[in-house]
Design a protein around this ligand. Structure first.
Ligand SMILES: O=C(O)CC1=CCC(=O)O1
Length: 266
């Protein structure tokens, strides 16, 4: 197990490959998930890239720390982890709230960001009212009270079949996240707005989204791509909010096409 202490909390991570020998890819997970969601994509890419996966604070095996969070706190953790591992610059791929963290990292530490993949995310996610309602429901009744609604946005009906044992495991992953960490992250998402910052991004960017994403639908992600100079926009077919789980091979193809493009390597 790979663990470190950063900013007074324990952060659980997994570094695959040597950062001095290969280009580095960093994957940031979404609300209610831990870094295992990237397992299939990481397996497809680890021959060519050094890959860093980690559990952001309040999720997985990492500590919860002080709640609520701001997205900037979560980006500060990632910057600390990259410095600790001597990563000078990486392609940062963030899913959903992970994409907000990626945008914040670029604002605060552009030296660390060679390119951005903003997956199923946006410059702003949801409304204050929506996040307040989710926080209240979870504080009153636990994550299980919202789980079915969340899972409908995460996964397509084809994946949500009762006989799909993987679906049952992702439900467990969601409902087993610590409530303070989950709610603290909801507050960070509620307060984040990168609309103006998006217009100033000056590294190569790929915005992508599952065609059936119910949390950050294709039109929202397309409008985020429209704010970012030169950003690519791609739709992953037959996927909801978490294409790395539902369509890891299609997602890997989209990532490799972006990583190897002239715009990313200029
Ligand atoms: O839980 C959801 O609805 C999906 C989501 C929003 C932000 C995030 O990271 O996941």
């Amino acid at each position: 197990m790979q663990v470190t202490r950063l900013n007074d909390i324990t952060i659980h991570y997994r570094l695959i490959g040597a950062v001095a020998e290969k280009p580095v890819l960093v994957f940031i997970n979404s609300l209610g998930t831990d870094f295992r969601i990237w397992g299939d994509v990481a397996a497809c890419l680890s021959d060519q890239y050094a890959i860093l996966l980690y559990d952001k604070r309040g999720h997985g095996l990492s500590d919860i720390g002080q709640v609520p969070y701001a997205i900037e706190d979560l980006a500060t953790d990632l910057a600390g982890l990259l410095d600790l591992l001597a990563v000078k610059s990486a392609i940062i791929c963030g899913l959903s709230v992970g994409g907000l963290i990626a945008q914040s990292l670029y604002q605060r530490r552009p030296d660390l960001v060679r390119a951005l993949v903003l997956a199923d995310t946006a410059h702003k996610i949801g409304t204050a009212e929506m996040w307040a309602a989710r926080i209240a429901a979870i504080e009153a009744h636990g994550i299980e009270a919202v789980a079915d609604a969340v899972l409908e946005r995460w996964f397509t009906p084809a994946f949500r079949r009762p006989e799909n044992v993987a679906f049952a495991c992702y439900r467990n992953m969601l409902i087993r996240q610590p409530v303070p960490g989950y709610v603290g992250t909801c507050a960070a998402i509620r307060d984040a707005d990168y609309t103006e910052a998006a217009r100033r991004i000056a590294v190569p960017v790929l915005c992508l989204v599952g065609d059936q994403d119910g949390s950050t639908p294709p039109d929202l992600v397309r409008s985020t791509a429209g704010l970012i100079p030169g950003a690519r926009f791609e739709v992953i077919r037959d996927a909801g909010h978490i294409p790395c789980v539902e369509q890891p091979e299609a997602l890997t193809r989209a990532l490799l096409s972006f990583f190897k493009s002239p715009e990313t390597n200029r």
